[in-house]
Design a binder for this molecule. Structure first.
Ligand code: 6R9
Length: 635
């Protein structure tokens, strides 16, 4: 039996029991056998969830790129590490071998060094899904710099906030990006953001679209000529196990985004282990995760997890609908994809289209299907299973978070019997618990509660960058001594988990986490707006869509309401990003509030969902009369 690759359910239970009884031995054995260390650890784990503080493999020395690249060169040097599939299918795909990846990453690492970037410095990466995005992430890791990737769909304001918060010295971006039929000028967005970020002294620009852009003298340089000149040798910086690897921002229910900080060794061990088991990756497979590297899924399961296993991983620049809704399936056929990992929102969007888009392609290479980002509804699960997997490929419904670094609850294909809409069982090392509102653990099966974790795992985020108090408040204060996920869950009669959704003010739209607070802030900045509340309502493609209730300053506002809607939408697109634009904006006279002044979102959610038959207890409302008025004009 190998602890690293679990082969059947009986083995899973054995391995799981060991991981709970002897967590330190369990992880130490995996770490020892499957990775390259420059120095072994002194201590496997020390932790205290009240501080909170977690340290794995203390004082071990390593470099993650040595594990993801160098150690494969002898046996897999000419194997493809990354297949890059461009936006436009008429452009040729690139097959980047491990040898080539090694050279590119070293060259870029040398460029970073020549610009004065050192261990511990923060580098912001704002790039579309081009190979340079993977090179940039790995080049930072090569020299011990901390990468902060910002999804290249975010607005200049959102980019500026994140760049400032992480105090980045450098920005890596491109002239533009292709998304389906659209071309986006990224450099303009960067220029605007950097007006607020004087400490970014150097900007490296990847040439992708070739459009006209401004290059600021002394600050901006094209990346490609610098890489051409740079040496292809760059010795990896040897870092400590607990040295930071990256910061990645995630929306909070209040205020500014949280920069989740992940460290090196534990993250590496956990993402590699989960990748191997959850995708049942075997040599020769071609694995494709459709996420963007701007999200945690891309960090852990396009870059680090697959490369640590010497896998072939696909990076797709485009969108599922271009040139038509068959694109995903065309790519599966073209590259003979064996594992296909995507999001429920994409599945629902594709399921609405003519089935010929699927049937025109040979999908027989597929062995494993995966889902991530939000609960997958029963209908989408069956469509995926019947039409894409042809009932032959198990679906792994993987539950996890930016904060957890790696997949926490998921079936393992050909090991765990799947059940539609259930993420099923915890991965080895993960000890979930369901909590009631009084902070007591709910034992037994056929129960539901708030999902927490009671023991640390190697890839848990270590802090919120620059705000450890916020880390403690958000994750460790709801239930004493436990990590609280923010999600609700139920446990069925055999112990399978089903995630039921967020219990806080985060709304997941098309798989993207959006905090309501920043969107409301953006709306409220419009001069005509007095107050607003944003809630989610079910949407058959996006999972949830946004509904904004807006109070205007002057109720007799003379401007046309459609214009106001447009302006508010623009404001949201500028401040948060286009993805946060509400589907519906209703102008109201008042918002239902409790006596302590809190907006009763529960009621607004019901109205937005057109489910007003039972509004529950409204007796604690300060202004019950507004509810009828809102319902009467609901959109
Ligand atoms: C990986 C990722 C985290 C939140 C999480 C939960 C939701 C993710 C899910 C799921 C049900 C799944 N979520 N996977 N809900 N089933 N398989 O998505 O990270 O962007 O931080 O979002 O997404 O609500 O708390 P992140």
């Amino acid at each position: 039996m190998s602890n690293y690759h679990i082969k059947n359910l009986e083995e899973y239970f054995q391995v799981y029991r060991k991981s709970v009884r002897e967590p330190e031995n369990f992880w130490a054995e995996i770490a020892e056998e499957h990775f390259t260390w420059r120095k072994k650890w002194d201590n496997v784990l020390s932790w205290d969830f009240t501080k909170p503080e977690v340290k794995w493999f203390e004082n071990a020395k390593l470099n993650i790129t040595e594990n993801c690249i160098d150690r494969h060169l002898l046996t897999r040097g000419e194997k493809t590490a990354i297949i890059w599939e461009p936006n436009d299918s008429s452009e040729e795909a690139q097959h980047i071998t491990y040898n080539e990846l090694h050279k590119k990453v070293n060259k870029l690492a040398n460029v970073l060094k020549s610009k004065g970037i050192q261990k511990g410095d923060r580098v912001c990466i704002y790039l579309p899904m081009v190979p340079e995005l993977a090179y940039s992430v790995l080049a930072c890791a090569r020299i011990g710099a901390i990468h902060s990737v910002v999804f290249a769909g975010f607005s200049s304001k959102a980019l500026a906030t994140r760049t400032l918060d992480a105090d980045c010295k450098m920005m890596i971006t491109s002239d533009g990006s292709y998304r389906g039929a659209k071309t986006l000028n990224l450099k303009n967005i960067v220029d605007e953001a950097l007006e607020d970020c004087p400490d970014v002294s150097s900007v490296l620009v990847v040439k992708r679209t070739g459009e006209e852009i401004n290059m600021k003298d002394g600050r901006d340089e094209w990346l490609s000529p610098l890489m051409d000149k740079a040496s292809e040798q760059c010795a990896p910086e040897i870092v400590d196990a607990e040295d930071p690897l990256f910061i990645l921002y995630t929306s909070g229910s209040t205020g500014k985004p949280k920069g989740m900080l992940h460290t090196t060794a534990g993250y590496m061990v956990y993402t590699a282990f989960t990748f191997k088991n959850i995708f049942n990756y075997t040599e020769g497979d071609v694995y494709w995760c459709t996420a963007d590297i701007g999200w945690i899924t891309g960090h852990s399961y396009i870059v680090y997890g697959p490369l640590a296993n010497g896998a072939t991983t696909v990076m797709f620049e485009g969108v599922p609908s271009y040139p038509d809704y068959g694109r995903f399936w065309e790519i599966v056929e073209k590259h003979k994809i064996t594992q296909f990992y995507t999001a429920p929102t994409a599945i629902r969007a594709l399921a609405k289209r003519n089935i010929e888009f699927v049937e025109n392609h040979d999908l027989s290479s597929l062995k494993v299907l995966g889902s991530v980002g939000e609960p997958i509804n029963e209908e989408a699960w069956h469509w995926f299973n019947d039409n894409i997997g042809k009932n032959q490929s198990p679906i792994v419904d993987t539950w996890w978070q930016t904060e957890t670094g790696g997949i926490m609850i998921s079936p393992m294909p050909y090991v765990t019997p799947t059940k539609p809409t259930y993420a099923t069982l915890p991965m080895p090392g993960i000890q979930p618990s369901l909590m009631d509102d009084d902070g007591k653990e709910i034992k037994g099966n056929q129960v539901s509660g708030r999902l927490s974790v009671k023991f640390p795992w190697p890839s848990i985020a270590r802090t919120v960058w620059g705000d450890h108090e916020r880390y403690k408040d958000t994750y460790f204060s709801t239930f004493e001594g436990k990590y609280f996920t923010g999600d609700g869950a139920m446990r069925d009669e055999v112990g399978y988990y089903r995630i039921t959704g967020r219990t806080d003010d985060v709304i997941i739209v098309s798989g993207h986490n959006l905090g309501t607070a920043p969107i409301e802030d953006a709306i409220n900045e419009h001069p005509a707006v007095a107050e607003s509340a944003v809630v989610g309502f079910p949407h058959d493609v996006k999972g949830n869509a946004l509904y904004a209730f807006v109070i205007l300053k002057e109720s007799g506002e003379s401007r046309k309401r459609d214009n106001l809607r447009k302006e508010i939408n623009q404001q949201i697109a500028d401040k948060v990003g286009p993805i946060a634009k509400p589907d519906k904006i209703q102008f109201v006279e008042g918002l239902p509030k409790t006596r302590s002044g809190k907006i009763m979102r529960r009621i607004l959610r019901k109205i937005a969902s057109d489910d007003t038959s039972d509004l529950g207890d409204t007796s604690t409302l300060l202004n019950p009369e507004v509810v009828e008025a809102i319902i009467a004009e609901a959109l």
